[in-house]
Write a protein that binds this ligand. Structure first.
Ligand SMILES: Cc1cc2nc3c(=O)[nH]c(=O)nc-3n(C[C@H](O)[C@H](O)[C@H](O)COP(=O)(O)OP(=O)(O)OC[C@H]3O[C@@H](n4cnc5c(N)ncnc54)[C@H](O)[C@@H]3O)c2cc1C
Length: 363
C-alpha cells in the first residue's frame, strides 16, 4: 500500500495527536502512523497532573496557553478534559514556586494547615508549606486521547514505522506493508523517537527510564479532589505525585524517580520498579488515610528525559524531518503540538524549542 499526504506524523500519543490536530487546522493533509493502540505508550493511564508551576518561567507561560487550549478543546469536543479541582503542592519548594508563579502572573495561593485539610480531606495532618494552583487539575487522559484519535481514525496507519528517510520531494516512511511519501515527517514516537532519528544520522540526548504508578480508591466519595505533589518528606517518601481519576473515585500515584534503562530498553534493575510500587503503597498507608492502600491498578511506562531537567523538551529539525523529545509533556501537549505544526509550516524550529534553548531547564 502507498499513502501520500502533506505531513506524516509518527506516534499517536498525546503529542502526535495534538500535532495532527494543529496541522489539520492549518489545512494540511495528515497521515498518522501508530504501531499499537493510540495513547497506550507513555500517554497510558487515566490521569495526569496539569500544573502551572515549573522551574523555567517559559514553561509557566506555555502552561497558561496550554490551559486555555485544554478549555477550548473541552468545548470543541463536548467533554471535560481537565478538572477544575486545582493542584496542591507541599514542601520546601513552595515559596520559590509561588514567587515564580506570581512573577509570571499566575494566580496561586499559599495554604495554611486548615486550608490544606479542607481542600484535601484524604490527607493526614500536615503543617508544612503548601500552595494551591487553582487553574491546575487532573487531565482526563483517556478522553483526550479518544477524541483526538477518533478525529484521525481514517487517516491512521496502524503499523510500526521501520525507517524514515529523505527523498527529493520530502521524506518517506516505511512500515511492514506501507510506503508513505510526505512533504514533511514529524517524529513524536516517544520511546521510539531516538532510534528513528538515529537512522537519519542524529543522536538525541534522551535518557530512557521506566516508571511505575499505582492506583488507589477513595474510601468515601468526594466532590473535589485536587492533584497532589508532595516534596515535603513529612510522610516518608518525597517526590510524590498523584492525579485524580475523572470520576474522583481514586488517585493514580507514584514517586517521580525512574529506573534507568539501556538505549535498547534493557532495564538494569527491574526489582526497583517493584520497590517503587511498594513505596507508593507505603506512602498511601501513612499520608492518605482517605484512600484504601490496596492497589486497584498499576501502570508501567517508559520515561524519555533530556539532560537539562525533568520537564525538559526540545524539537530538532533535519530538513524535511522534525522530531520531538522530552518528559512530562502531557499538560503542555496542546501547545507542543502547535509548536511542532509551526515548525513544519515555517521551516524553523518554534521559539524556545531548539535543543540549545534548554526549555524546561532546572537551574
Ligand atoms: C507514570 C507517568 C506519569 C506522568 N505524569 C505526568 C503528569 O502528571 N503530567 C504531565 O504533563 N506529564 C506526565 N507524564 C509524562 C507524559 O505522560 C508523557 O510525556 C506524554 O504522555 C508523552 O506523550 P508522547 O505522545 O510524546 O509519547 P507516547 O504517548 O509514548 O506516544 C508515542 C507513540 O508512538 C508510538 N510509536 C513508537 N515507535 C513507533 C514506531 N516505530 N512506529 C509507529 N509508532 C510508534 C507508540 O506506540 C506510542 O503510542 C507522565 C508519564 C508517566 C510515564
Amino acid at each position: 500500500m502507498s499513502v501520500t499526504s502533506d505531513v506524516g506524523v509518527i506516534g499517536a500519543g498525546i503529542i502526535g495527536l495534538s500535532t495532527a490536530y494543529h496541522l489539520a487546522e492549518q489545512g494540511l493533509s495528515v497521515t498518522i502512523y501508530e504501531a499499537g493502540v493510540p495513547g497506550r505508550g507513555q500517554s497510558a493511564g487515566q490521569s495526569r497532573i496539569f500544573r502551572h508551576a515549573h522551574d523555567d518561567p517559559r514553561l509557566i507561560r506555555l502552561a497558561v496557553r496550554a490551559r486555555e487550549r485544554w478549555r477550548a478543546w473541552s468545548d470543541e469536543f463536548g467533554t471535560q478534559l481537565v478538572s477544575e479541582d486545582g493542584a496542591v503542592a507541599l514542601g520546601p519548594s513552595v515559596p520559590r514556586r509561588l514567587a515564580l508563579l506570581r512573577d509570571t502572573g499566575v494566580a496561586a495561593e499559599e495554604l495554611d494547615p486548615a486550608a490544606v485539610r479542607e481542600l484535601l480531606p484524604v490527607l493526614a495532618g500536615y503543617e508544612g508549606a503548601a500552595m494551591l494552583d487553582p487553574g491546575g487539575g487532573s487531565i482526563h487522559t483517556r478522553a483526550a486521547i479518544d477524541v483526538l484519535a477518533e478525529r484521525f481514525a481514517d487517516r491512521t496507519v496502524t503499523e510500526q514505522v521501520i525507517t524514515v528517510h529523505r527523498t527529493g520531494a520530502g521524506a518517506a516512511v516505511r512500515t511492514p506493508t506501507t510506503l508513505g511519501e510526505h512533504g514533511t515527517v514529524v517524529i513524536c514516537a516517544g520511546r521510539g523517537t531516538p532510534a528513528l532519528v538515529r537512522g537519519l544520522g542524529l543522536s538525541l540526548p534522551v535518557r530512557l527510564g521506566a516508571h511505575v504508578r499505582v492506583s488507589f480508591g477513595l474510601r468515601e466519595p468526594i466532590d473535589r479532589l485536587p492533584t497532589l505533589q508532595d516534596g515535603s518528606g513529612v510522610f516518608g517518601a518525597t517526590g510524590i505525585y498523584a492525579a485524580a481519576y475523572p470520576d474522583r473515585s481514586g488517585y493514580g500515584l507514584g514517586l517521580s524517580d525512574s529506573v534507568d534503562a539501556h538505549d535498547d530498553g534493557a532495564i538494569y534493575d527491574g526489582q526497583r520498579l517493584a520497590e517503587s510500587a511498594d513505596a507508593a503503597v507505603a506512602y498511601v498507608s501513612t499520608a492518605l488515610p482517605g484512600l484504601d492502600p490496596t492497589p486497584t491498578g498499576i501502570v508501567h511506562c517508559w520515561v524519555t528525559s533530556l539532560p537539562w531537567g525533568d520537564d525538559g523538551v526540545a524539537i530538532w529539525q533535519l530538513g524535511p524531518v522534525v522530531a520531538l523529545a522530552g518528559h512530562n509533556l502531557f499538560k503542555h501537549a496542546p501547545v507542543i503540538g502547535e509548536a511542532l505544526a509551526e515548525t513544519v509550516v515555517s521551516g524553523h524550529v518554534a521559539q524556545d524549542f531548539a535543543a540549545e534553548d534548554w526549555l524546561g531547564r532546572t537551574d
